[in-house]
Each structure stands twice: as C-alpha cells, then as structure tokens.
Design a protein around this ligand. Sequence first.
Ligand code: FNR
Length: 373
Amino acid sequence: PPLGRMINIQDIEEIAKKILPYKAMAYYASAADDSISCVENARAFSRFFFRPRVMKAVSGVDPSTTMLGYKSSIPVYISGSALARLGHPLGEVNLTRAAYKSGILQMVSSNSSLSYAQIAAARGSSEQPLLFQLYKHKNDDIAARRIREVEELGYKAICLTVDALVPSNRELDTRASHYLEEYENEGKITRGNAADKSGDVSTLGTAGGLIVNNDLDMTWEKTIPWIRSVTKLPIVVKGIQCVADAVLAVEAGCEGIVLSNHGGRQLDYSLPPMEVLYKIRCERPDVFAKTEVYIDGGVRRGTDILKALCLGARMVGLGRAFLYAQSAYGEAGAIHLVRILEREIKFAMTSLGVRTIDQLAPELVERVDWQPL
Ligand code: FNR
C-alpha cells in the first residue's frame, strides 16, 4: 500500500512484518524470555492520563527542542539499533537521510550494518549531528580506537550501553536460527562493525553473534573517567533501570542518561522505563536539573511522548518503529514516521494547553493505579 495510507505507527509495523524476511523480522521483533518487559513497556504509558488545561494561548504550537544542545524538530530521536540492512539495502543510510530531512537526531549503533564512515558520509551536511552508541570492548585499546574513530568522523556523543553485556534469551530470534553468516554470504551485510564471529550464533540467534567481547567489569568509578580520558565528547549512559543508578550517573558527571531496558530485549521483568521515569520524578526530581534524561521503549503515539516529557524526559527514542519504517518504505518511510509523530505531538500539545515544549510539566499528567483495556 502507498505510504500515504500509513496513518500511524501500527500500520507501518504491520506492513513491515509482512514484507520482512522471516529471519529479519524475528531479529527485529524479538524480546527476552516471555516478552513481559517488551509488552509492558508500551502498556505502562496507558497508566498515565492527562490533566489538560484550557483557555491557554496555543497558536503557533512549536514541538522543537534540543538534545545535548543540538536542535531537533520534535522531541524524538532514532535509537541505535543494529543491522538496519536486514530490512532494506540502504539500511542506516535511510535513517541518516531521513533524520536530516526531518530535522531529528540519529543514534548510530555499534553494530550497524554499514561502516561508521559510510553513515557519516550520508549526512545532509557536516553539521548534521550523529550520536554514537558504544558497546565497550573488553580490551581498552580496541575500545579507545573505536571512540577516537567516531570522534574524528564527527560523531557528537558517546552513548554507552550498559544493559546488554551478554546475549539474552530471545526465543523468536533463536528459533528463526538466523545465522548472520548466511546474510553475509548473500552479501546483504558488510560486516564493518559487527563484532567477531566467536559468539555461539547457532544457539543464540542473531543477537548472540553481535553482543560479544563486551567489557563485563565496567563500573561508575572506573569506566566513565576512562571514557573521559579518551574523548571530549559528552557521555550518555543508555540502559538506566532504577532511581539509584540515575543518581549514580549524575554523580559520575554524565551529560545524559537513557532510561531503557533495551526495548525488553535483555532482562525480562526489568521495569518499564516510563515507571522508572515516574519514580525518579517522585523520589529524586533533582536528577532532571543535573543531567538530560531520555527514555525509550514501547513508544507508539505522540501522547506517549508528551507524557514522558511532562514527567521530565527531554527526548524519547524509538528503535523498532524506525527499523520497520525504513524496511518497508526506505528513507521516505522514516520521514513519514516523523511526520506522523509530529502531527500527533502538535495535536496533543494544543489540546493540553501548551505552546512550547518547556511548558510541559508534571501537573499535566497523573498516574492511575488501574490498567486500562
Ligand atoms: C536494538 N537496541 C539496541 N540498543 C543498543 O544500545 N545497541 C544496539 O545495537 C541495539 N540493537 C537493537 C536492535 C534491534 C533490532 C532493536 C529492536 C533494538 C535497543 C534500542 O536502541 C532501543 O533501546 C529499543 O529498541 C527501544 O524500544 P522500542 O522503541 O523498540 O520499543
């Protein structure tokens, strides 16, 4: 169906799941164990309701904001997700071009299916900010080389993923027995970045071949200062799952944190990030003044995004939705996805009685203790 028929994220996801090769679909859609966290990530948003204010001047509603000082047309970024070329030959480049044309930021995965240089070369201008998602290699020299490489290529931040040290149990992915090598042999992946092949791919599916050689001994005391010693780039820690770690990230001086459970793909029964955000708002609201707080996982609607922003999130990341959009419709699909979200965000802002993002406030939402259907 033509792209214009896609009126929400769900529509795009359904088409993508029809056209994706089974093994690619299994990798993109998969989640840990029984998919509880994956499902609850999305459901958590439905426990938050709005308290809209009326009779507020809202003409010229403006959903633009900034992330680490870089302008973004809407409070949404493309979260770093591996292997975009499984879904479309241009893969990550679709996302880079779409990010430029729609004025949003892209986080580039350590396990991208194109080289970091190829992705940087797809920027619409040298000013287009790209953020780099880092899986820190256990060998410091190798990790330092990678950080310096992306800094030289012009990437603007190091987003250290801390919630995926080892491969998890993703049964959809495993059953699809998707061997990365197969795709490689078919020429669908140039494996510039994907880690070496020592992972036991045969029993762990695609993810098992990617999440290997990670540093299992990272600590706040050691690892953040070590990254600082290698680069001047701001540091964002991706994968914060409780209030205590948000506070420790602030104390370690991180410029940003991502409340995330990896889209429910790592530890099943880790709390939905929206609930973690709510706990930080209730217990340690000082965190929001000391670092930028982002959130990802289960975002489907403009209203989800605004609820998170009301509670103090600065930006919201989407993983699967962008993979699906570019798989089904290439660059145009990812641009269309941003337009859908922009329309939903503007409508909801107008209806909430806010004209600019900085007017979103905790008073505009409340959490209910029942789960809507
Ligand atoms: C991911 N994610 C991820 N995160 C990361 O830090 N490095 C990575 O390489 C990947 N790879 C990856 C592949 C695929 C197929 C998916 C779906 C996700 C996690 C991603 O950045 C983000 O945290 C979640 O996708 C957010 O949840 P939603 O938006 O997919 O619900």
